[in-house]
Design a protein around this ligand. Structure first.
Ligand SMILES: *Cc1c(COP(=O)(O)O)cnc(C)c1O
Length: 404
């Protein structure tokens, strides 16, 4: 696709500023406790930004590791030629352990079933598997309960002695690191220290110990250990407004979602707008049609509320967001009269040119900004630019991240 799409003619597009992403990696690295490295979390197509270009940009800027949820995401990065260490953590029985071993992935193990599957695959491959043991220090999601840790550690150590696995990491994940001072965070750190000490006493010598996500990377240096796993902060978004704004952390939002106005028309007072007529024009006015909808990831929950910069002003979505399109009321001022078909409508971006941010859309849809960027769908092309010089680098027409 690269170079063949006329980006100015696109219905809608997500501009991905890889220069901003590299700057965010550098800003995060500058905050790390001494000895800690950075894992760039690029799961779910890099939170909708395109896994491959974002992985490459993060590694360029000094990230040492990549992290994905599924093994398939990690294998796709290997297939594309990425040689850096990659940890993938969400395994289901029957998943491709052998392919993971042969691709040199670090594979997370939270339970005995997973250890059994990975050791069997290692014997079949005739190769040692790199595994990282994950502890549930209090999140209550994935990970091994403290009560089950001795059994898992003993079996993993025995597999190491037998040569089927090498335990490269010990790790865990926080539940409430985005809520400053939440007591569970300190409690989880204590449990993590204990479980790491237990495993090391049992003879395990991990290359990396890690527990910090973006909020902990930004605010809790005592949680940095050997590695922090940052996702949302890489993409320039603050994990929570309770912690601070992205600007306060020196982060710049990477994605700008823009559409071209598809239709401008005059309508009389009292005209119903979009499905269910949840908006009625209060007076004769001009409506603008924006050709993006919930199929593109614009949340229907933000109907009547989502902000859009068009014609020099931030307007609210008028009525319901439909599958492919929604409407804004441009009013009758001189700014509105200047809006023509093809004019840019910016749903969100860094926020320093008057446009709303993903955080604003999250508030309008009663969700978190993680969900806003991650859900931008495959029908929206990703256009890679570099804020350093504003040059377009390529287009990922199917949202899978071509370019670079
Ligand atoms: C998604 C994820 C991260 C990254 O979280 P952010 O809050 O986006 O930094 C880190 N670790 C695990 C296990 C994750 O699932």
């Amino acid at each position: 696709m690269t170079g063949t799409v006329h980006t100015s003619a696109l219905r809608g597009r997500a501009e991905i500023d890889l220069g901003a992403l590299r700057g965010n990696v550098r800003a995060l690295r500058a905050r790390l406790a001494p000895g800690a490295g950075l894992m760039a979390v690029v799961k779910s197509d890099a939170y909708g930004h395109g896994a491959l270009p974002c992985a490459r940009a993060a590694l360029d800027a000094g990230a040492l590791w990549l992290g994905t949820a599924t093994p398939h995401e990690a294998l796709a990065l290997r297939d594309a030629g990425i040689r850096a260490p990659i940890l993938c953590w969400l395994w289901t029985p029957g998943d491709p352990w052998r392919e993971g071993i042969e691709a040199g992935l670090d594979m997370s193990v939270s339970a005995m079933w997973a250890l059994r599957e990975v050791t069997r695959a290692a014997r079949e491959a005739g190769q040692t598997a790199r595994i990282q043991l994950k502890a549930d220090t209090g999140l209550g999601r994935n990970g091994c309960q403290p009560a089950d840790w001795p059994e898992l550690v003993a079996a993993a150590r025995a597999a190491e002695v037998a040569g089927t696995v090498r335990v490269t990491g010990l790790w865990s994940h926080f539940a409430c690191a985005d809520e400053p001072g939440h007591p569970s965070t300190a409690a989880q750190l204590d449990v993590f220290h204990e479980l790491v000490a237990y495993a090391e006493k049992a003879g395990i010598e991990p290359e990396v110990r890690h527990i910090a996500n973006s909020p902990a990377a930004l605010t809790l240096p005592e949680s940095h250990f050997d590695l922090v796993r940052t996702g949302i902060a890489l993409y320039g978004i603050s994990p929570s407004s309770d912690l601070g704004s992205s600007a306060e952390f020196g982060l710049r939002p990477v994605m700008t979602l823009t559409a071209s106005v598809a239709l401008v028309k005059r309508v009389p007072e009292g005209h119903g707008v979009s499905y269910g007529h949840r908006y009625r024009t209060p007076a004769e006015t001009t409506l603008g049609l924006i050709p993006l909808g919930y199929a593109d990831g614009v949340p229907r929950h933000a109907s009547g509320k989502g902000p859009v910069l068009v014609g020099g002003e931030v307007r609210r979505v008028a009525g319901r967001i439909a599958m492919d399109q929604f409407v804004v009321d441009l009013g009758t001022g001189p700014d509105a009269d200047a809006v023509r078909e093809g004019a840019p409508a910016v749903l969100f971006g860094p926020g320093d040119r008057g446009e709303p941010t993903a955080a604003d859309w999250a508030e309008a849809a009663d969700t978190i900004a993680y969900e806003i960027v991650t859900r931008i769908g495959p029908r929206v092309p990703r256009v890679y630019v570099d804020g350093a010089d504003g040059q377009e680098e390529g287009v990922g027409g199917d949202g899978r991240g071509a370019g670079r």
